[in-house]
Every structure is written in structure tokens, then in C-alpha cells.
Design a protein around this ligand. Structure first.
Ligand SMILES: [Fe+2]
Ligand SMILES: [Fe+2]
Length: 162
């Protein structure tokens, strides 16, 4: 495979694991402010991010490339409100979409058709991720972040299973 494409895929494995870490940080925030439904939603999301990382990990190994398991960055966000937490996630998903698109650009440039096909799944997934993260921001904004509406919303989002 093209070296640039391999390097970018390797970096993306790390970014997906960091995403899992970030979502755990957000989940922890909601646990601490007694909103277990939100905490569970973001924990499910953290698991999904690990699956994303493993998809790329498997793809690299299936194509006889190496996977560099680099250090995962520390989660530095200092969340203050549910809305800020939801916005942090939304901002992160837009960043991830941009990173996936950069790998796609490199795969197109390298005429790596197999990786382009592989990345199509991620392009579609990012559409879903952006929709979900925006949804969360809109819901919190719509209901307001008073205790009563957050309690109700917490019940709703807590039903997410996968
Ligand atoms: Fe992801
Ligand atoms: Fe997703």
C-alpha cells in the first residue's frame, strides 16, 4: 500500500481510540452530575469508537501492513454543563469527518481503490455521527438545561443500546 495512506490510517486508529477516550470523559461528567442516561449514551458511543479503531486495525493487518499502537492523548476537556459536553462531542465529530476525508484524498491520489471502498463506510458513518451529535445539542437547547427537562431527556437518551 501507499505509505502516506498507511500512515494516515495508522493515525486514524489512534484518533478513533482517542474518540473513545473523549466519550468516556463525557460519560464520566454525566455520571458525576447524576444523569445516568446521558452517561450510558456516551459510554455506548465510546464502545462504538473502539469498534471504528478496530475496523481500521483489521484492515491494515489484512493488507499485510503494520499497525503502530501509538500513545493515546490525555483527555483535557473541562466540562461545565450538559450543553457544553454535547457541543464538545459535536465539534469532535466534525473534526473526525475532516480527518477521514483527508485519508480519502490520499487514497484517491494514490489510486488506491480498495482503501477508497473501505473508507466509504466511514464517510457514511460520519454522516450518522454528525447527525447524532447535532441532535443531542438541539435536544438540550430545545428543552433547556433546567433539572426537570434534563431528567426527562436523561430517561430518553438512556435507552440507547448500540
Ligand atoms: Fe469514529
Ligand atoms: Fe455511529
Amino acid at each position: 500500500m501507499n505509505k502516506k495512506v498507511v500512515d494516515l490510517l495508522n493515525a486514524q486508529v489512534n484518533k478513533e481510540f482517542f474518540s473513545a477516550y473523549l466519550y468516556l470523559g463525557i460519560s464520566k461528567f454525566f455520571t458525576k452530575i447524576n444523569l445516568p442516561g446521558f452517561a450510558s449514551w456516551y459510554k455506548v458511543q465510546a464502545q462504538e469508537e473502539q469498534e471504528h479503531a478496530m475496523k481500521i486495525y483489521d484492515y491494515l493487518l489484512d493488507n499485510d501492513e503494520d499497525v503502530s499502537l501509538d500513545q493515546i492523548a490525555k483527555v483535557k476537556v473541562n466540562l461545565k454543563t450538559p450543553l457544553a459536553a454535547a457541543k464538545e462531542a459535536d465539534k469532535h465529530e466534525h473534526y473526525i469527518t475532516g480527518e477521514i476525508e483527508k485519508i480519502m484524498d490520499a487514497a484517491i491520489e494514490a489510486k488506491d481503490y480498495r482503501t477508497q471502498l473501505f473508507l466509504n463506510w466511514f464517510i457514511t458513518e460520519q454522516e450518522e455521527e454528525e447527525r447524532n451529535s447535532k441532535d443531542m445539542v438541539v435536544k438540550i437547547e430545545m428543552l433547556g438545561d433546567d433539572c426537570k427537562s434534563l431528567y426527562l431527556l436523561d430517561k430518553e437518551v438512556g435507552s440507547r443500546k448500540g
